[in-house]
Design a binder for this molecule. Sequence first.
Ligand code: FAD
Length: 322
Amino acid sequence: MTSNILIYIEINDSKIETVSKEIISKIRSSFNDIKLCGAVIADENTISNVQEELSKLPLDCVYIINDNIFDEFQVCLYSKALYDLIKEVKPDIFLMGATPDGRELAPRTASKLEIGLTADCTGLDIDNDGKLLATRPTYGGKLMATITSKTKPGFATIRPHSFKMMNVPNGNPMIEYKSYDISGIACLTEILNCFQKTVSEDWSCAEIIISGGLGLKTKENFQRIYKLADLINAKPAASRAAVELGWAPASIQVGQTGKSVSPKLYIAFGISGAMQHLVGISSSDKIIAVNTDRNAPIMKACDIAIVADAQNVLESLISNLS
Ligand SMILES: Cc1cc2nc3c(=O)[nH]c(=O)nc-3n(C[C@H](O)[C@H](O)[C@H](O)COP(=O)(O)OP(=O)(O)OC[C@H]3O[C@@H](n4cnc5c(N)ncnc54)[C@H](O)[C@@H]3O)c2cc1C
């Protein structure tokens, strides 16, 4: 059965958010019997900056809700725009990225529409009836739950880097401009000023990630993760247990409560591979694990398992590469 899918295409600083493109490429490359459209909300200047990119997305159509009132993200305005659009186009499935804006926008939109929302998903599928099956960790990450909704559209937010960018040919979507009815909106917040926050480099897109866990035993030993990463131009990362002990900052934690990553190569030194960690690395192309316990969960989840002392392997790699 054909499923009508609508994806909210988030734009920040005149750029389409990577997660929006990841969702589009995942859906386009995985499912055939679908109509796939995008929804954009932005001011005129932003639209003209992304117009060319929008016109090549592998979509069947793009709905543009375009008004200078949208020059800054305001959840009351954006959720009303999405509410109106969804009421009109009646998709079977509606998806958006679990970005900071998406996490604010999705529940407001769901509540206006009186529909369910599966938040922060890491996997998705469509059943034979065209309904969304959204997968996310539950019970503190001990289980992966696949959730389907009794309400329509099936609505989910998707964690950035949960899906690999697939090589999907460009499309030529029909662009449709939608008018925006501002009447009846009472925004309780007024934006007085916006401050640019300098964010640290987005290492979650790194090609090689060198990650350490409790098997490294001490904070001093953990420093070798940084050293090796530096030598091969990789990014350092850590398990939550290593972060909790103060061996690494929370900003480089990988996993359910950290970042999801999709590097070409993820090397885990002394990490057991708890479900909450694995959920953040499942989109990696290749995983190498170094662990003294051949039965550790990560040894089954990886492509190359090295049963060895993590510090010895780190040390010999560092001395050979220095
Ligand atoms: C709600 C919730 C959210 C969570 N979110 C996250 C998250 O985002 N990210 C995350 O990582 N965890 C998360 N956790 C924690 C997770 O359950 C694990 O506790 C954590 O991942 C374990 O970290 P670890 O693998 O470094 O340590 P351990 O589980 O203690 O594993 C250490 C590993 O090192 C091996 N080892 C020991 N000595 C050596 C040696 N000399 N050389 C090589 N290997 C050795 C051991 O065999 C073992 O496999 C979460 C937990 C909960 C409840």
